[in-house]
Write a protein that binds this ligand. Structure first.
Ligand SMILES: NC(=O)c1ccc[n+]([C@@H]2O[C@H](COP(=O)([O-])OP(=O)(O)OC[C@H]3O[C@@H](n4cnc5c(N)ncnc54)[C@H](OP(=O)(O)O)[C@@H]3O)[C@@H](O)[C@H]2O)c1
Length: 418
């Protein structure tokens, strides 16, 4: 029989997630876990908990022998890394929700767990309440994971939903998201895709064993999406989502990026609206599975932190099996993408770089084309992010190297060129 350890927690952060966790733990007496001390930044803030619980001295938690678990839910990534690494070195288990910190330091964090034998769990960092990391670790632990695509950022999904369903302009939708608390006062981390790519880099580690700095993953946010793009999508019976995508290519490498995408009505991701997140996993024999849930918020995020704390009570650890395997996967660049590009002037779009262009609309004030382009071109040059140009992937956008010639010939035939 598994024995569940008593856990004495040192909590860092008492904001949206930290206070949520404090309240949830009070309602979960069956989990033998108590918060001994909370470290925060500002000692003068009013808190809805006894004053004796709080300190601003991190060492009171990190060097307390009675505390065996450090839970870090703060919003400063350098301090978060110092806290987690010290905790692990001091013989404590650790839990975190700080995606930026985890994405930046994945290599070191794995090495620290190996060196110290202590466990570090971070389910809340990827899709908040959706248990995707542990499923990728435990259930999808073999070679059969064909693809994983996801909506991992609730703020941008909220904004896109409003642009789409209520025909709001981007700025109006952003303001509404801020008023409702779904977007930060400085929304650039969400809107420009940084939050999503940090989460994607964490999920790539657990899905495929790939550890890659975000600088090496192609990503953008929704900052250039126009109302006219939403109207084109609607005409084609698509919606627009910021999709984090990863797919195993025939050459064994993994195609991965975070880009806006046209999504068909029948696609599971079309069902994910407002501040929700969703993950679609496709495997060799099971076809598709769909995870759906809240990607942010106090209790939803704290519930994932609680699940990690609970897992520590029976010494659960991530094993990083896919990272440690003999020949780990790596990112691939040899593929093509079907894209829609809208722009203000033809001079901003290098038409000669496209493998083919199957639709072009140059009469409208906002011009657009649909065609195929190599991923390498998007990686090398950034014209597609400049001058208010908006790039959106077509549904099922990936075309493998081996297919491109066949398709190119067919598209030229259709266009009446050959
Ligand atoms: N909010 C969500 O829905 C959500 C979802 C998933 C993941 N996350 C991640 O979870 C983390 C926390 O998010 P949050 O929304 O709860 O943030 P938040 O509401 O801004 O709260 C941050 C907390 O951290 C404390 N803090 C900041 N720097 C500190 C330091 N150096 N030492 C000790 N305490 C410090 C702050 O102290 P004061 O109270 O004194 O200011 C505050 O209590 C972030 O990494 C975020 O990305 C959040």
């Amino acid at each position: 029989m598994t024995t569940h350890k008593e856990l004495t927690i040192g909590l860092f952060g008492f904001g949206i997630v930290g206070e949520g966790l404090y309240k949830i733990l009070q309602q979960t007496p069956s989990l033998k876990a108590t918060i001994k001390k909370v470290c925060i930044k500002n000692p003068d803030k009013k808190r809805d908990a006894p004053a004796s619980l709080f300190t601003t001295d991190r060492n009171e938690l990190l060097f307390d022998d009675e505390i065996n678990v450090i839970v870090e839910v703060i919003n400063e990534s350098q301090a978060a890394y110092e806290i987690i690494s010290t905790a692990l070195k001091n013989g404590k288990q650790a839990v975190s929700s700080s995606k930026k910190m985890i994405a930046e330091h994945m290599h070191d964090l794995i090495a620290l767990q190996e060196e110290t034998g202590n466990s570090f769990l971070y389910e809340a960092s990827a899709c908040a309440s959706i248990p995707v990391i542990r499923n990728l670790e435990e259930y999808y632990d073999n070679d059969l994971l064909h693809s994983i695509k996801a909506i991992v950022n609730g703020s941008t999904n909220f904004i896109l939903t409003k642009i789409f369903e209520e025909q709001l302009e981007f700025k109006e939708a952003l303001l509404l998201a801020q008023q409702l608390g779904f977007a930060e006062y400085d929304p650039s981390l969400d809107v420009e895709g940084y939050d999503a790519v940090n989460k994607w880099s964490i999920l790539l580690t657990h899905a495929y064993g790939i550890i890659e700095k975000i600088e090496n993953i192609i990503f953008t946010g929704i900052q250039n999406i126009q109302l006219s793009d939403a109207l084109v999508a609607k005409e084609k019976k698509y919606s627009i989502k910021l999709v984090a995508d990863a797919k195993k290519l025939q050459n064994g490498k993994v195609a991965a990026y975070v880009l806006p995408q046209f999504v068909r009505q029948e696609d599971q991701l079309a069902f994910v609206k407002n501040e929700y997140n969703g993950v679609v996993i496709e495997t060799g024999f099971a076809d598709k599975q769909f995870f759906y849930g809240k990607g942010a918020g106090s209790f939803p995020t704290a519930s994932a932190v609680l699940a990690d704390i609970s897992a520590l009570s029976y010494d659960y650890k991530y094993e990083y099996k896919k990272f440690y395997r003999k020949e780990p996967h790596e990112l691939g660049n040899d593929f093509f993408l079907r894209v829609y590009v809208s722009f203000e002037d033809w001079k901003y779009v290098p038409r000669e770089k496209f493998e083919w262009i199957e639709e072009w609309h140059s009469q409208e004030e906002r011009k657009y084309l649909i065609g195929a382009i190599s991923f390498q071109e998007l990686k090398k040059n950034n014209w597609w992010q400049q001058n208010n140009t908006s790039l959106i992937l077509s549904p099922d956008p990936i075309i493998e190297d081996v297919e491109i010639r066949k398709l190119k010939k067919k598209s030229l035939e259709l266009a009446g060129i050959i």
